[in-house]
Write a protein that binds this ligand. Structure first.
Ligand SMILES: [Zn+2]
Length: 116
């Protein structure tokens, strides 16, 4: 079991927060990106997944109260999102220094228990 610290996980949330928010068509959302599970508009929205993530992990949510496992899970969703948004030249990402790749590398290190 790698030794994963909450204090290492929490700072990793700010980057995907920005990216996901940027990618969402916030102006078309009648709810200003507040997910409402009982609203059909929300449950059928093509941005639903990103929206749910934002509502679970934005600055208003006390993520420091979540367990390491929960944080890990949410982080992995964010990894999928960032990963699927990489442009084709990231196919060789070993030496890529773009913000996405740097973030992905950092997440990998923390999840492997290597800290900073
Ligand atoms: Zn890259």
């Amino acid at each position: 079991m790698p030794n994963i610290k909450k204090a290492d996980l929490i700072p990793l949330f700010s980057f995907p927060r920005q990216r996901i928010l940027q990618s969402m068509e916030v102006t078309h959302c009648p709810h200003a990106v507040f997910y409402n599970a009982s609203d059909e508009q929300c449950t059928t929205c093509h941005q639903g997944e990103e929206c749910i993530w934002m509502n679970h992990n934005d600055e208003l949510v006390a993520i420091e109260k979540k367990s390491v496992d929960e944080l890990k899970q949410q982080l992995l969703i964010a990894v999928d999102f960032i990963d699927s948004n990489l442009s084709p030249h990231h196919l060789s990402r070993r030496n890529c220094q773009c913000d996405n790749c740097k973030w992905l590398k950092k997440v990998q290190q923390v999840l492997d228990g290597e800290g900073q």
